[in-house]
Design a protein around this ligand. Structure first.
Ligand code: NFE
Length: 472
């Protein structure tokens, strides 16, 4: 007989996530991922001035706001076919790079490492689960406070040109409104040097240490094996450090032949109206709760009707910088190695940056549609906008990485990548399914991003499990 285990809320993630797993004979036989909060930023955007878009959409999330700003300004600039100046391109890369670094360091040390090592034996790390915690990794938690310091440095570094962090004030359509001075470039360089050192000499070795002790996790939590990247960090020819492309499980190499028209968002099992899969530019976000067979506020985006994993591993595999497989530990390792690549590339962008302005006052908004595709720390991120003749936003759609990863069943009944990664997973102790947490955390889910407005009445919209079995 199957035991049903509900982890609600899943802790050490951003946002509100409930995971329901069925365990049969020591293995997970079914998994349902539920985004438990309706937000609806898309409706907030309607009838607003285009300039509001990067400011408001950054509030989707405090962990990856820079990528929302980047996608938003790119979508608005795309309406008129605008390309940013060299200095604006470099500054956007540098601010976004700083954001990736803080996010990855946060994810590993604060959100994930205690899945594998005993945390300090006091609050907030206790009480904790003790199933399958292996010895020999104490050094990883010894780096916890230096990791917090490194993350702070990454935020301070980004704020030098972002104006403030986490929600940068300077990422605007037409460029970056920061003034670039030699003093700021030097201060940025000092932070970057310290972060390069932390990433290469502490973060990467710590992930490798976990890989040595938990080798079996290179075989667990694969999911569909389909990987998608929208590409990010443009050079002067608009080539990207992490290229855009996708790979299906078993493909020898990536393909870059896709457009956002090949994407459909299904809501068959999500609490939204509309039963046909729409491409994002024509997407709608009309809540319907309750709804039969629905169990999540996350929609189910699919590329070529298939479920795709997004994230650092997808980016690194699609651009050929990572040759390992698809698993829990491959996700952590790819994220760490990617951090080193980004930090090194940032040195180059900083060297090219010129003191002066990065904003072009010739920029003005157009009328029509645009899309902004980039990568957030957690993977492929798209914003789609249409601006009407009255100069206001008519429609706005966002698909975040966690929508790809934590999506529910689609219209064909195919589970989302994280659901697929959980199904088949062995579980030693049903009352402490730590294996499931390790798989979930390896995707670094962010539910705030995935469910993009809050329900102002504060009324309860889902049943919350109150049986006392919370994940630590
Ligand atoms: Ni809220 Fe985000 C990233 C975006 S995840 S953290 O990275 O977009 O869906």
């Amino acid at each position: 007989m199957a035991t049903i285990s509900i982890i609600d809320p899943v802790s050490r993630i951003e946002g509100h996530l409930k995971v329901e797993i069925e365990i049969e004979g020591g293995f997970i036989s079914n998994a349902k991922i539920c985004g438990t909060l309706f937000r609806g930023f898309e409706q907030l955007m309607k009838n607003r001035a285009p300039d509001d878009a990067p400011i408001i959409t950054q509030r989707i999330c405090g962990v990856c706001p820079i990528s929302h700003a980047k996608a938003s300004v790119a979508a608005l600039e795309d309406v008129i076919g605008w390309s940013p100046s060299e200095n604006a391109r470099l500054l956007r890369n540098l601010i976004q790079g700083a954001n990736f670094l803080q996010s990855h360091i946060l994810h590993f040390y604060v959100l994930s490492a205690v899945d594998f090592t005993p945390g300090p034996q006091h609050a907030p790390w206790t009480p904790s689960w003790d199933t399958d915690i292996r010895a020999g990794l104490e050094i990883v938690m010894e780096h916890f406070s230096s990791a917090l310091n490194a993350r702070r440095q990454a935020h301070e570094m980004g704020a030098l040109f972002g104006g403030k962090m986490p929600h940068a004030a300077s990422m605007v359509p037409g460029g970056v409104s920061a003034s670039v001075t030699a003093e700021r470039i030097n201060a940025f360089r000092e932070y970057l040097t310290a972060l390069q050192d932390f990433v290469k000499n502490t973060y990467v070795p710590d992930v490798e240490r976990i890989g040595d002790v938990y080798k079996d996790y290179f075989e667990l939590g694969a999911g569909p094996g389909n990987l998608l990247s929208f590409g990010v960090f443009e050079d002067e020819s608009n080539n990207k450090l992490f290229t855009a492309g996708y790979m299906e499980a078993g493909d020898a190499g990536p393909s870059d032949v896709f457009t956002s028209n090949d994407i459909r968002e299904y809501v068959t099992h999500s609490w939204y109206q509309d039963d046909e899969g729409r491409p994002p530019a024509q997407g709608e976000t009309l809540p319907q709760h309750p709804k039969e067979d629905a169990y999540s506020w996350i929609k189910a985006p699919r590329l070529f009707t298939k479920a795709f994993e997004a994230g650092p591993l997808a980016r690194m595999k699609v651009c050929g910088a990572y040759s390992g497989g698809v698993s829990v530990l491959d996700r952590h390792l790819a994220r760490a190695h990617e951090s080193a690549i980004i930090a090194d590339a940032m040195v180059g962008w900083l060297n090219e940056l010129q003191a002066g302005s990065a904003f072009d006052s010739d920029y003005s908004h157009g009328v029509g549609s645009g899309e902004g595709l980039t990568e957030a720390p957690r993977g492929a991120l798209g914003h789609w906008v249409s601006v009407g003749n009255d100069g206001k936003i008519q429609n706005y759609q966002v698909i975040t990485p966690t929508c790809w990863n934590a999506s529910p069943l689609d219209n064909s009944g195919v589970p989302g990548p994280l659901e697929q990664a959980l199904i088949g997973l062995p579980v030693i102790n049903e009352s402490q399914p730590v294996e499931a947490l390790r798989v979930i955390h390896s995707f670094d889910p962010c539910l705030a991003c995935a469910v993009h407005a809050f329900r102002p009445s504060g009324e309860r919209i889902t049943e919350v499990y109150t049986g006392g079995r919370y994940a630590r």
